[in-house]
Structure formats: C-alpha cells, structure tokens
Design a protein around this ligand. Structure first.
Ligand code: DGL
Length: 284
C-alpha cells in the first residue's frame, strides 16, 4: 500500500498486543481464536511488571517505550491489553504522541470496549469493577461508564494482592481464598444491589471460577477477553484502511523484556498452550 503524502510503500504488519506481563495473553488468546488469520506480536514487560502500583508518569513512560518497540516491529495497530496502561497512558499516547510522531498508526485500549457494553449486562444498574490500585485510583472506569450509561452506579474495588498471587501461581491456595473473599466482601459492602462485576484486570480470568463460586449465580462476572475481541472486530470493520495494513499470515511472535524460560513456563498458564518467546529489552 502506498502512502501518497510520503510517497513510500507501507508494508502490512502484525497487530501488536502489549501488557505489563502475562495478563494480556488472556486477551490475545480470545482474539486469536476469533481472528486466527491475523498475525500478532505480543510484548510483555515482565522485567518491570507489575504496573498496578506504579505512578501515572512511570506507567505512561513504560507504556510509550513498549508501544515504540511494537511500532519498530512494524505494527500499525497496537492494543494495550492491560487495564493499568489503558487507564494511565492511552490518552496521552493517542492525543499527544501519535498525532505528532506516528499519525498513521493507532493504539487502542481495553477500557473503551468494556465501558461501552458493560451497562447492557446489568438490571439493577449497580456495577462492580475489580482492578489494580492504579486502575481504580485513575477513576477511568467510573468516568467512562457514566458517559455511556448515566443511570448506572459504579462501585470500584482495588485487589492489589491478586496479581502477585497469580504471578506466583499461588492463586488456588487457602491464602488466595482469603484475599478473594476479602476484596469481594469489601465490594459488596458498598452496595448489596450489584448484579454485574467486570474483571478490569487481564490477570483475573485465572481466578474466574473462584470469584464466580464466591459471589454466587445471581451476579454475573464478566472477563474482558471476549469484549475486547468483539471491539477489535468492530474496529477493523469500521476501518478498512487499517485492516488492510494488518498482516494476515496467522503467525504469532512473543516477546518479553525479561527471562524467556520463565516467560514460557508461566505463559502457558495464561495462554492455555505452550509457546516460545524471544527476549526484547524495553527502554534501554
Ligand atoms: N495486566 C494488568 C492490568 O490489566 C495488571 C498487572 C499489573 O499490575 O501490571 O491492569
């Protein structure tokens, strides 16, 4: 495809999927099942994860560095499959970085597709959001859900111990049960009328069964993978020019900023199948 203004040939490239670590693999898993013909590059910033408790400035800088790496790998479209990065860095990247430096590239997050639909699940109009401290403190979910569903009440709960428990594969232990109960009880104390809970962290699908068991069947617990995949399919339909720039060879490459053997071992848990990663330092 030719970009006439610069008169240079732009070659199609893979869709970039970024996460602070492994969590985005739960999103890629769903996207790749729905759109297997597309090519994907996954980048996990495991060397600097978790992002959940880091400052706005740090998450913004780290995320921008990772996005630049994905652009270097010829991605024209990048998805921040990390709620913390979407909540703290996406707006700056979209409004400040892209227009000046990469006007033909696009970066999307997980917040928008989730907040656009979550109100449709709730009858009581009381919605619970579970996320990292960073995501919750940003207030982004509450602000965005209110834009699409002004009649909904949003109750947020930070679950800072869940990511470390999952990353250390301690999420099916008695210790994990204690923290699952603790945060869900705190959320329910805010409103007894919550009938829909969004898992606003890409790690949490790994404890979906435990969360569902604890809250009972009257409360719907919604992971993000399917929502983000549907959002991407809709985006590609509405943007045929970007769709044409997405390579469709079905190839997938996995990069981590940390040790590849550790990544391969843990990634299986998140992705559901074995994979082999390549080391890529970010921001050096
Ligand atoms: N993947 C991140 C998210 O969805 C959580 C992990 C982290 O704290 O880096 O928010």
């Amino acid at each position: 495809m030719k970009n006439l203004s610069e008169n240079k040939v732009i070659k199609p490239g893979p869709i970039g999927i970024f996460d602070s670590g492994y969590g985005g693999l739960t999103v890629l898993n769903k996207i790749a099942k729905d759109l297997p013909e597309y090519s994907y590059v996954y980048l996990g910033d495991n060397a600097r994860s978790p992002y959940g408790n880091r400052s706005f400035e740090t998450v913004k800088n780290y995320t921008l560095q990772a996005v630049k790496e994905l652009f270097e790998l010829n991605c024209h479209l990048v998805i921040l499959a990390c709620n913390t990065a979407s909540a703290k860095a996406l707006r700056t990247i979209q409004q400040t970085y892209l227009p000046k430096i990469e006007p033909h590239k696009r970066v999307l997050g997980v917040l928008r597709p989730s907040t656009e639909v979550i109100g449709k699940y709730s009858h009581t109009r009381h919605i619970g959001i579970l996320g990292t401290s960073g995501t919750v403190l940003s207030g982004s979910y509450e602000i965005e859900i209110k834009k699409f569903f002004p009649d909904c009440e949003v109750f947020q709960q930070a679950c800072p111990m869940w990511v470390p428990l999952i990353e250390n594969r301690e999420h099916q232990t008695e210790g994990a049960k204690y923290f699952i109960k603790k945060y869900l009880d705190q959320l329910m104390e805010r409103s007894g009328r919550i009938d829909t809970i969004l898992l606003a962290c890409t790690h949490y699908p790994l404890i979906l069964d435990e969360i569902r068991e604890y809250v009972g069947k009257d409360i719907q617990v919604i992971p993000q993978g399917e929502i983000v995949s549907l959002g991407l399919q809709d985006y590609l339909k509405r943007h045929p020019e970007m769709n044409a720039l997405c390579l469709k060879t079905g190839e997938r490459t996995y990069y981590t900023s940390d040790d590849t053997a550790n990544f391969n071992a843990a990634a299986e848990l998140f992705f559901g199948e074995s994979l082999s990663s390549v080391h890529l330092p970010i921001g050096d």
